[in-house]
Design a protein around this ligand. Structure first.
Ligand code: ADP
Length: 335
């Protein structure tokens, strides 16, 4: 089998919640079997709604969804047998032990006997929970609970694993550990992973392909490098020692803009941002222009464009601004 069908194939999905919130507006996603795919977007973009539809927990108003070779709308039971789901909220029973949770999950999927216990113990070892296997889950740290959630999702050996915001709420150390776990899972034979995240860095590190989601649809898609590569050149950032007054700022922008290799110059107080086809080559010229204008430079950095730059280009706003707008709309939402 060389031409495997996509593990996930959905298109034209729309969904309006009671109250008139249009969560999905023509959402579509195709995930090749055996790959890690990231849905990246700010809070409220429609990622969870997409996952709920693909995992048969919600129905769209219109559109199609096939998962692991089955029609999610016509045969939800078949899809459910083929997938593992790690939702944002843990499904583990806090007063049961980690091992009890895994055994129960396996039984729900029809596993019995040594196949059941061996799988539970294998996952406990694999997720570094063997020592805590007989402790109640409520005594686990956030990172341990999250690892158990992933183990629960894998208990019945699914073909497709859905991870909805796998590291939200984890401290940086636990987040890094979870990233390592997910990277290791990605190497598992045949396992397809679809994860949602509002962390640019997370999508960049884990996903082979990323779809950027904004306002209920995909605005662009590609590998992290492809997306970044679309933004030609480097970002050049200069910090001045003293803030130029307004006239000076305009002069600086004009003088820099006259230099052909530098584009999109923006002066904001003491900070100057510009793009250059060849950042390192442009730096001496930028410094010379600034010196002519009497500006003293505190620092210069040259960086490759980030996914944040990609998001800005396609969604027309900064990722952080979109998050803030979503946060303001749903006060008390994700911190
Ligand atoms: P994301 O996962 O990207 O944060 P969601 O799919 O959770 O986005 O939400 C998309 C939009 O739908 C948001 O505006 C959200 O407030 C709204 N929404 C989500 N679930 C419901 C619901 N059960 N009822 C009403 N509105 C909802």
């Amino acid at each position: 089998m060389t031409t495997a069908a996509p593990a996930v194939e959905a298109g034209g999905l729309t969904k309006t919640y009671a109250g008139g919130v249009k969560a999905l507006d023509g959402m579509g996603v195709t995930v090749a079997a055996g790959t890690v795919f990231g849905l990246l977007g700010p809070n409220g973009a429609g990622k969870s709604t997409t996952v709920k539809i693909l995992t048969t927990l919600a129905r769209p108003d219109a559109g199609t969804a096939r998962v692991a070779g089955h029609d999610a709308l016509r045969h939800p039971d078949r899809v459910r047998r083929a997938i593992g789901v790690v939702a944002q909220k843990s499904g583990a029973d806090p007063v049961a032990t980690g091992r009890e949770n895994l055994l129960l999950q396996g039984r729900l999927h029809g596993m019995r006997g040594t196949a059941l216990t061996a799988r539970a113990d294998e996952l406990l070892a694999r997720f570094d929970l063997a020592a805590a296997a007989k402790r109640q889950v409520r005594t686990y740290s956030g990172g341990m609970q999250r690892r158990l959630d992933v183990a629960l999702g894998l208990m019945h050996r699914p073909q497709v694993l859905f991870l909805d915001e796998p590291t939200t709420g984890l401290d940086p150390e636990a987040r890094t550990a979870m990233w390592q776990e997910i990277s290791r899972l990605a190497g598992d034979e045949g396992l397809t992973i679809l994860l949602t995240t509002h962390y640019l860095e997370e999508a960049d590190r884990l996903a082979e392909r990323i779809a950027i989601v904004d306002r209920g649809r995909v605005v662009t898609e590609g590998s992290p490098d492809e997306l970044k590569g679309e933004l030609r050149g480097d970002a050049v950032h200069v910090e001045l020692r003293d803030a130029p007054d307004e006239v000076d700022a305009r002069l600086l922008a004009t003088a820099l803009g006259e230099f052909a290799a530098v584009r999109e110059v923006a002066v904001d107080g003491r900070r100057i941002a510009a793009r250059a086809d060849d950042g390192p080559a442009a730096v001496p010229h930028v410094l010379a222009v600034l010196e002519q204008q009497g500006a003293t430079v505190a620092s210069v950095t040259v960086a490759r464009p980030s996914l944040d730059d990609v998001y800005l280009r396609y969604a027309g706003r900064r990722f952080a601004d979109a998050e803030e707008a979503a946060g303001a709309k749903s006060a008390g939402g994700a911190a």
